[in-house]
Design a protein around this ligand. Structure first.
Ligand code: ADP
Length: 441
């Protein structure tokens, strides 16, 4: 209230001074009263003019962008300008603060792995993050304020928006049909919609693989089971001669062996998928491992092939003995089964320049046509189904080898040519290999 006192004091003092001065001057002309009135009126007019000038300066500042400081004066106008300026600064700070919060909020949504899009009451895009833009094929800047149904043409999505029943998500694919998305809409505010999208391509692929896997396992088990059931029925209904009984029992044993092999491979796969990666500090002498694998292969081959081991001395591998032996065993097993009698099978182990090791099984067998090479490690993928089954194959051997390789940080490479033989190479990284001095230490 300091301004009120000083302003009143100045106004009263000015008017009194004006009146006195007017009276004095009026007295010189014999009109002291008229001079007093005119002097007072003149002072009031001057005060009004000064006020108008201050008001005009403040108004000019308010009309402008307020980039410079408010006009500085003392008294009422000074305090008024100062208070207006302070209120505006407080408001600007609050706006800045809110802007920062919104920017933070938007960058949090931007960082979301899912798509987020806001649609206003007219069905126009208010905002979308870059993930949503990618899912819906939009430009996050250019397409703002456009009707979403004009830009996103997927019939399932358009019908979903038009239906207005958002209890369940809707699925749609991109125009090329390569990726699948699940979209959920949540209405909010006055007719506005929050659209959440998620890329479910991988999930659907995994679901399809799981379904295929269950169907394949069921099929693999049903065939020997049907054969067994047929034999059991025959044995129960028809009296068999001794040679017939022996033949039937042999065939039944073959079928149970097949089922046992399948179950064993399935268990191995399940174990590989469900257990932690093999320790990287348990060192296995490779030469001994190769000799054990060779001995098993010789038994399986029954001396129908020439089998030879090369290298491996002084090299140690960090990993699981059971898994590595099973991987090499599967490769040798295949080489024996897919190489005609008299063929050559070689098991080689060689250090690479990068310090890793290659374990290679090569044969002079049937070979594999180029178009199959990329799919060999898929579960139940067979080039020749009947040969695989006749020789006791489950279709899971190379899937196991690939798993073992990956769990040891490695990979599997195949080279093959029909009629010329095949070469399967297990490539393991340097981090799991040591040799020479390190082994002896
Ligand atoms: P399987 O139990 O049928 O042998 P695998 O997963 O071990 O299953 O192998 C997949 C397919 O790859 C086999 O069915 C076979 O057609 C082919 N294959 C694997 N190893 C060889 C090989 N050494 N020579 C020729 N074909 C092979």
């Amino acid at each position: 209230m300091s301004w009120l006192f000083s302003r009143t004091f100045v106004a009263v003092a000015a008017v009194v001074l004006g009146v006195l001065l007017g009276r004095f001057i009026g007295g010189l002309f014999g009109e002291p009263r008229l001079g007093g009135v005119l002097g007072g009126a003149l002072c009031i007019a001057v005060l009004a003019l000064v006020d108008a000038w201050h008001g005009q300066r403040l108004m000019a500042w308010l009309r402008g962008p307020q980039s410079a400081a408010a006009p500085r004066t003392t008294g009422f106008w000074g305090e008024l300008a100062y208070r207006i300026e302070r209120a505006m600064r407080t408001r600007d700070l609050a706006i800045e603060h809110e802007r920062g919060r919104i920017a933070q909020f938007l960058s949090a949504i931007e960082a979301s792995p899912n798509g987020v899009m806001l649609i206003d009451g007219n069905g126009q895009i208010d905002w979308c993050n870059s993930v949503a833009a990618e899912h819906f094929g939009l430009d996050p800047v250019r397409d703002l304020r456009q009707r979403v149904t004009n830009l996103v043409r997927a019939p399932a999505f358009v019908a979903y928006l038009q239906r207005g029943d958002f209890a369940e998500p809707v699925a749609f694919s991109d125009t090329a049909g390569r990726r699948s998305y699940s979209v959920l809409v949540r209405p909010y505010g006055d007719g506005m919609k929050l659209v959440l999208s998620q890329d479910v391509t991988e999930r659907e692929r995994n679901d399809a693989m799981r379904r295929d896997f269950v169907a394949n396992v069921s099929h693999e088990i049903r065939t020997p089971l049907t054969v067994l059931a047929g034999f059991v029925e025959t044995m129960a209904a028809v009296p068999l001669t001794e040679p017939e009984r022996v033949r039937v029992l042999t065939l039944m044993t073959q079928q149970t062996d097949r089922m046992q092999a399948l179950v064993a491979d399935l268990l191995t796969l399940a174990q590989l998928e469900g257990s932690p990666r093999p320790a990287s500090d348990r060192w296995l002498p490779l030469a001994a491992l190769l000799r054990r694998a060779e001995a098993d292969a010789v038994v399986l081959s029954n001396h129908r092939h020439r089998i030879a081991v090369h290298g491996g001395e002084g090299i140690e591998l960090a990993g699981s003995e059971t898994e590595v032996l099973s991987a090499i065993g599967n490769l040798l097993n295949n080489a024996v089964r897919y190489t005609p009698e008299g063929g050559q099978i070689d098991l080689r182990c060689a250090l690479r320049a990068d310090g890793g090791v290659d374990i290679e099984v090569s044969d002079t067998g049937l070979g594999i046509a180029r178009e199959h090479l990329g799919r060999l490690t898929e579960r139940f993928y067979r080039v020749d189904g009947s040969r695989s089954r006749e020789t006791g194959g489950t279709g899971l051997g190379l899937a196991i080898v690939k798993h073992v390789a990956q769990r040891h940080g490695g990979s599997i490479e195949v080279q093959s040519e029909p009629g010329k033989g095949s070469r399967f190479r297990l490539e393991l990284p340097a981090s799991r290999v040591r040799q020479g001095a390190a082994v002896e230490a």
